[in-house]
Design a protein around this ligand. Sequence first.
Ligand SMILES: Nc1ncnc2c1ncn2[C@@H]1O[C@H](COP(=O)(O)OP(=O)(O)OP(=O)(O)O)[C@@H](O)[C@H]1O
Length: 479
Amino acid sequence: MKGGTMVENAQYLDASASAPGSTTPLETAWIRVREKLKSEVGEVEYRTWLRQIVLGPLEEDELTLYLPTRFLRDWVRSQYEERLQTLWRTEREDIKGVELQVKRGLPEVSMGDAEDGEDGSGEGHELATQAAAPESRSDLAVPLDPRFTFDTFIVGKPNEFAYACARRVAEKPSSPGFNPLFLYGGVGLGKTHLMHAIGTELTRTGKVSVAYMSAEKFMYRFIAAIRSQSTMEFKEQLRSVDVLMIDDLQFLIGKDNTQEEFFHTFNALVDAGRQIIVSADKSPSDLSGLEDRLRTRLGCGMVADIHATTFELRISILEAKAKASGTHVPSKVLEYLAHKITTNVRELEGALNRLIAHADLVGRPVTLDTTQDVLKDMLKAHDRRVTIEEIQRKVSEHWNIRLTDMSSARRARAVARPRQVAMYLAKQLTSRSLPEIGRKFGNRDHTTVMHAVNRVTELMDQDTSFAEDVELLRRMLEG
Ligand SMILES: Nc1ncnc2c1ncn2[C@@H]1O[C@H](COP(=O)(O)OP(=O)(O)OP(=O)(O)O)[C@@H](O)[C@H]1O
């Protein structure tokens, strides 16, 4: 658990229900954050996923937000965490990070997808299948995002091959040479979008049952099944679908039992002529840490890479999204965004949504001036974006240790101290949350990261030469 003093404490708060005059400053900020989120994502999405968030305590510079189940927490984390972090930091300078946690017994807003599983762990929906016809939906319901269709996917040079493969699988699942379909590429480039598009297309025809889940949820669900002694049921459910899609497979690295289970499921499905679709951040051959036999099988079908976006593709995506929003965004602004935000489509989309939401709220058109003003913090962060990988590399070079020791289990001080410094710098220089940082350091827990941050702060106070080292690294990284 976190240390430190509790500065502000707040409880459940509905943006529409509380009068600002009767709330604490933190609650008032929360109302504004929620309103912004609502206007960015729309009423339906807000009600489905975000309304359940409950304001928790602010301890030192870390704010906790609660969700009633692990399923919801994971979903909100994967889809909205970055946005929540940015909105909070814009709202309150004293908040440096936002942590999403599960808290049982919160007032849960009724919603089909958010009930607890049979073991009360909130994991019952982490395996989700969507049968073709609504009446034949099993007790497992899927969050296939209706916005992620082939129609809304913009095709350009970097993604045309992956798009064509996805289309082909949606038209003719289990075709020879296309099973499994392995989609890979960097963060936020459209892998999940394509998987959902395949799922939506297939279920539309009415004859195919599709199961989609992240590898992380596959693992949680598998562990929950072991705990509740229902692994047979879990296996049967999985093996009864026509199409199984697993997103972000890299999460299974280092999870040997779960990999084993996935391998058997994979074989059973492919042998029965069912389709498997997998996404990951690297190609099968580069996914070191996955069992060889699984890697080999994953590479046996069609492997399609989604490359980083080009300027032309970014412009086409922005044009399409601006058009769909119904708000006029001048082409100068679109070009400006496409030049400035080159990392991934998720960020590009987030920036555009923010501009449009701002224009709607203040009732003024989008201009280059308002763009620079509204996106000030985002663009600034872009100018000096530092990645955790860069931090790990620089710190390892500085102390002359192996890069792999950043994620290894070695505890020798010569390795552990630089690792702690890298965690500290990751917290200071990136917007990543503690659990995200932990994951990048060999799947360590967020409390380990918290401890590292505190320890390095303490040491910097006590030892000036250590403090100089850390400051030097920080300056080099900030460029
Ligand atoms: N070519 C595209 N056309 C339209 N929208 C896109 C395109 N590529 C990505 N997007 C949008 O960008 C956002 C991020 O995409 P998505 O979640 O599919 O990325 P991802 O590759 O799965 O990322 P991650 O590695 O984080 O899982 C989504 O809102 C998606 O709709």
